[in-house]
Design a protein around this ligand. Structure first.
Ligand code: GLU
Length: 296
């Protein structure tokens, strides 16, 4: 079977150091297996999008010589596919409309307890869609971190697959797309380790073979917060990629000698593919990076 990996950024801002780490980790893992590496733009949430960010992300990947296979997939073009899956679940009873507010769920103890499950509500424009959780996943295997446990209340919750405001849920879109694109292994940041259980539940419900997961350490800023577009993490340098590339590779556990550091970006990437090992990844799930080469 061909290995298929992917990088799936949300265009809520330019690539920052943390997203570069996710791009590089998934790229090295795919290319070291002579696999495909796909790019999917997760533009599911228009209010959080920044105009021009999707293009900027693609130009940045090019500047770092992270060349992808096939056409870039945009989630905003796939609404009909997500909706068709929801319609099929609504008619089979695998999903149902729910009118509970966030406040009501909070009063249930923070986890939704199935209030609308048997009400057979009709959508009046004020409903979310929830998935009937018939396959809770309370633990799964991560190729880096081993067995990971999911709190049972979280695993058993009928989670939202389409929000009241009409937006499709991340977990739904990501799984439908990973299946459609034939992805065999997901390599991404450790901030997404918890939703993985729900994603595996979706594979079971969709009757699909399970895939592998590797969660990379998450880059924190100096105050211990996750580097993210929401926290205004600085954009990485597009014109001089080499110093940031070296810092990101060191973050991923590579030891680059002087000679490699003097090579060009293309050569450094090729060296990375040849020398990539999952075992070299640091054990911690969260790390504050040391920027010894770049000025981030
Ligand atoms: N779009 C998500 C993000 O940018 C990543 C999704 C994934 O890798 O599963 O955080």
């Amino acid at each position: 079977m061909t290995y298929i990996g992917r990088f799936a950024p949300s265009p809520s801002g330019p690539l920052h150091f943390g997203s570069l780490v996710a791009a590089l980790g998934s790229y090295f893992q795919a290319r070291s297996q002579r696999g495909k590496w796909l790019v999917r733009i997760e533009d599911l949430d228009p209010p959080r999008e920044v105009k021009g960010a999707a293009d900027l992300i693609l130009r940045t990947l090019e500047a770092y010589h992270l060349d992808w296979d096939d056409d870039v997939v945009y989630q905003s073009h796939r609404h009909a596919v997500y909706q068709a899956q929801l319609d099929s679940w609504l008619s089979s009873g695998q999903a149902y409309y729910c009118r509970c507010t966030r406040k009501q769920v909070k009063a249930m103890g923070g986890f939704y307890t199935g209030n609308c499950r048997d009400k057979k509500l009709i959508n009046d424009g004020n409903c979310a869609i929830r998935l009937l959780m018939t396959h809770p996943v309370e633990s799964f295997d991560d190729r880096k971190h081993g067995q990971f446990s999911v709190p049972p209340e979280l695993a058993r919750e009928d989670f939202i697959v389409k929000r009241r405001d009409g937006l499709f849920a991340y977990n739904l879109a990501v799984v439908i797309d990973d299946i459609a694109q034939g992805v065999t292994e997901v390599v991404r940041g450790a901030d997404l380790i918890e939703p993985t259980g729900r994603q595996i539940s979706l594979y079971h419900i969709l009757n699909q073979p399970l895939i592998n997961y590797i969660h990379l350490p998450l880059a924190l800023d100096k105050s211990g917060q996750k580097l993210s577009k929401q926290n205004h993490a600085p954009a990485i340098d597009l014109k001089q990629p080499k110093p940031t590339l070296i810092d990101a590779m060191q973050f991923l556990g590579f030891e680059l000698n002087k000679e490699i550091k003097q090579s060009n970006v293309r050569e450094i990437i090729d060296w990375g593919i040849a020398n990539w090992r999952i075992e070299q990844l640091p054990d911690a799930t969260e790390i504050t990076p040391r920027f010894s080469n770049s000025s981030l």
